[in-house]
Write a protein that binds this ligand. Sequence first.
Ligand code: PLP
Length: 383
Amino acid sequence: MQFIDLEAQQRQQLPDGRIIREAVDARIASVLNHGCYILGPEVKELETTLSAYVGVEHCIAVASGTDALLIALMALGVQAGDEVITTPFSFISTSETIALLGATPVYVDIDPATYNLDPNKLEPAISERTKAIIPVSLYGQPSDFPAINVIAERYGLPVIEDGAQSFGSQQHGRRSCGLSTIGTTSFFPSKPFGGYGDGGACFTDDPELADRMRRVSRHGQVRRYIHTDIGVNGRIDTLQAAILLGKWPNFAQEVEQRGRIGATYSRKLQAVGITTTPQLAIGNTSVYSQYTVQVDHRADVQAALKERGIPTAVHYPTLLSQQPALRSVHSRSCQGWHMPVAQEASETVMSLPMHPWLSDEDQDLVVNALVTAIHQTSVSSAA
Ligand SMILES: *Cc1c(COP(=O)(O)O)cnc(C)c1O
């Protein structure tokens, strides 16, 4: 069994009758024919398609989800000495990009039900130096933007949603990446809308921010060899945009299947007494980029599942606040962080195989193996 089955993806049939592989091959051939490898017409087409889907005015397609965060922070003018509030329970990119600009990440503990930044703990973390807030929509469901946006507005702070894992999900009928000042996402192959390589995007309704993000992603260039901002080489390849467009017609169905398979997992697991299944906040849908439960004796449970051919993963075993690379960056902050909820999550979370083509039979195998493993490990640890 595979954790994520990207081979099965290529075989899926699109509404026009072709399989994804054929559509992608045709798109790649078309780029090789026209030869505009940098900022070719596919980039604009992808941006138009995705901004319409998310329901915002502007999309800037970029080289990765990490670049999307960096470009968003640069466009907001975040610089050395500033603070950016974020969650400690995420992939390194969230803090890495803050640190790259000489700013300091300030962490707020997570909500135990959703694993996302807890808005009730946000306000005390805001200081004179705070320049932005980056909630991460972890495992596939949006952070609590209604609550976060109200607090951010009170302090005049922009909010960047790191939607690398939540692209396609909704909150009260609005799509992830369109829920705050800026939304960013990733097209890394294993993400909900994955390409076959690196890619990402920034979304916003603000025309000035959109201009600035576009400029920053292209060396701050306004005309050929005239550079008004310090920028990066953060463009998406035309080829990657073409691949994403080839896959796009299947995405709505993948989102639907992800939601259904996630819900089925929860029903099957609860039926056998496993209650640490994901909880959706009111108004949220999830694309289950990860289907994650909490278990005791995690390493033993993982080993028992592996023996039965079932892969698992841990997102994430080490909090960002404890990453060695960030130690000197964190020492700049005078705030003490108390994050018991994130700490406990990092010690107990475990993600199960999850992708839109996971069969009912394979889900049953996972569920049965998990129950057995949990019983075995709790019996042997009691002995
Ligand atoms: C994957 C991921 C990123 C980084 O995306 P890349 O495209 O790999 O650079 C950032 N944030 C989160 C939460 C992610 O899961």
